[in-house]
Write a protein that binds this ligand. Structure first.
Ligand code: FRU
Length: 484
């Protein structure tokens, strides 16, 4: 294990760049046994700057190899977010049939044009690799999609649509989504728009993604659209909403009325899913930060981490169809097998659980109680508070006294999520902590919440309080250590 893993707050099992600034995950594609993770990267500083695509690879999405920078800014601009595909039939002609290319599709951001007050500063470009992502060549005909005056025109997500035998591109254009089609990844035609009148619009739309999922336990499928927005998330700043609907090959439609969020925490943004993942799994990775304070978080050599990779699924729960997100199976490989016990707590009483040496942990239990509080504490009187309250139907995280907090005023806001559609009876609660994050999954990911925390010393105690007037029973309670 390399030395930098001992730095204060350095995540041990979440992806971080070795050094310098990182934001969105880009170009998530699986090819020939390798998961690629590209990411928005500024190699000169720990704040946002002229964007490159950094690169890492993995065979299991848990252990990562750092690779050289894949894409550098050029005369068309910085390299903003985008996606990557395997062009298996060499439709682009950028490879050969024997050696089909990986093609990256990204936004060019021309900062000079933006400074000049023009609106057409973002265009779309492509690049290809003939050695499974090791080296990249930009297409000489770039940009492949120009701009006739749309501000905030970016973040292309391309996927192969089997029914129409075409490539589809999702692009955001300020306050809505555009869908484009192509047979060769070079010539694109706009086919439809979605969303001007639907969903949350507190900020610009960013980083779209769309995929078909089977509703668990049925033969029916639905399409899910992810749209990140900043600002305008339910707990402030950046967040990712989803729409469930239908896609006919050209147009996405949804009759969804309410705004829905893939994660209610403040620190899961710009998340997208893998193209071509094995076993048709829909694997999601988000950037574990928030534009409210991303440039100010208290780390020195690097900034930001990715969320744990999560599996997405559609489940009918009560009357609702819900998008479920839960850590991928492979994560279990680094979770130490621990013992499980039953914990019973009288009304208004608490149970103190030692948490020493467990800053990297995976805590799980099931309970039918809907009123409790969990507090992680350290010797400095720093506390991370969480709680579920059935009267308001909410789960909350309060990190206002959790450690380093004063780098930006919004960081201390209490975050809440309505956990009001939980089924009756036993439900799993799972909390994964790394050195500067917590990820909460309720009912196997029906509700999730991700938050960064920066305790000055490790939390070494966990206190569970029964805030109801009935006996509280936690079944299969266990805190397992997670190996880095
Ligand atoms: C989202 C985003 C994208 C953009 C990128 C720039 O966090 O704003 O819309 O492509 O970051 O780094």
């Amino acid at each position: 294990k390399v030395e930098y893993y001992s730095e204060p707050h350095r995540p041990q099992f979440h992806f971080t760049p070795e050094e310098k600034w990182m934001n969105d995950p880009n170009g998530l594609v699986y090819n020939d046994g390798i998961f690629h993770l590209f990411y928005q990267y500024y190699p000169e500083d720990i704040v946002w700057g002229p964007m490159h695509w950094g690169h890492a690879t993995s065979e299991d999405l848990i252990h990562w190899n750092h690779k050289p920078i894949a894409l550098f800014p050029d005369e068309h601009g910085y390299i903003f977010s985008g996606s990557a595909v395997l062009d298996e039939q060499n439709t682009s002609g950028l490879g050969t049939e024997d050696n089909p290319p990986l093609v990256a599709i990204f936004t060019y951001h021309n900062s000079d044009a933006e400074k000049d007050g023009r609106n057409d500063y973002q265009t779309q470009g492509i690049a290809y690799s003939l050695d499974n992502g090791d080296t990249w060549t930009k297409y000489e005909g770039n940009p492949v999609i120009g701009n006739d005056g749309i501000k905030d025109f970016r973040d292309p997500k391309v996927f192969w649509h089997d029914k129409t035998k075409q490539w589809k591109m999702l692009l955001v254009a300020g306050d809505h989504l555009q869908i484009w089609s192509s047979s060769n990844l070079k010539e694109w035609k706009k086919t439809s728009e979605f969303g001007k009148e639907q969903g949350a619009h507190g900020g610009v739309w960013e980083c779209p993604d769309m995929f078909e999922l089977q509703i668990e336990g049925t033969d029916e499928t639905k399409w899910v659209l992810l749209i990140s927005i900043n600002p305008g998330a339910p707990n402030g700043g950046s967040g990712t909403q989803y729409f469930i609907g239908n896609f006919d090959g050209n147009t996405f439609t949804s009759d969804q009325k309410s705004n829905r969020w893939i994660d209610w925490g403040t620190d899961n943004y710009a998340g997208v899913t893998y193209n071509n993942a094995p076993k048709d799994e829909r694997i999601f990775i988000g950037w574990m930060s928030n534009w409210n304070y991303a440039n100010q978080t208290p780390t020195e050599k690097w900034r930001s981490a990715m969320t744990l990779p999560r599996n997405l699924a559609l489940q009918k729960i009560g009357d609702n169809l819900e998008l479920i997100s839960y850590p991928i199976e492979n994560f279990e490989k680094v979770v130490t097998k621990g013992s499980k016990k039953e914990v019973v707590i009288e009304p208004a009483h608490k149970e103190v659980v030692p948490f020493k040496g467990l800053q990297q942990s995976d805590m799980r239990f099931t309970t039918s109680s809907r009123d409790f509080q969990l507090v992680f504490k350290n010797q400095n009187e720093e506390k991370l508070i969480m709680g579920l309250d059935s009267k308001v139907g909410e789960f909350l995280i309060d990190r206002s006294r959790s450690g380093k907090i004063d780098f930006q005023e919004d960081f201390t806001n209490i975050m809440t999520m309505p956990a009001d559609n939980l089924p009756d009876g036993e439900v799993e609660f799972r909390i994964v902590t790394d050195r500067s994050s917590v990820e909460i999954f309720i009912n196997k990911g029906q509700y999730s919440m991700t938050a960064q925390v920066f305790p000055n010393t490790d939390y070494d105690e966990m206190v569970i309080t029964n805030t109801s007037d009935a006996l509280m029973k936690l079944n299969n309670f266990g805190i397992a250590e997670v190996k880095g």
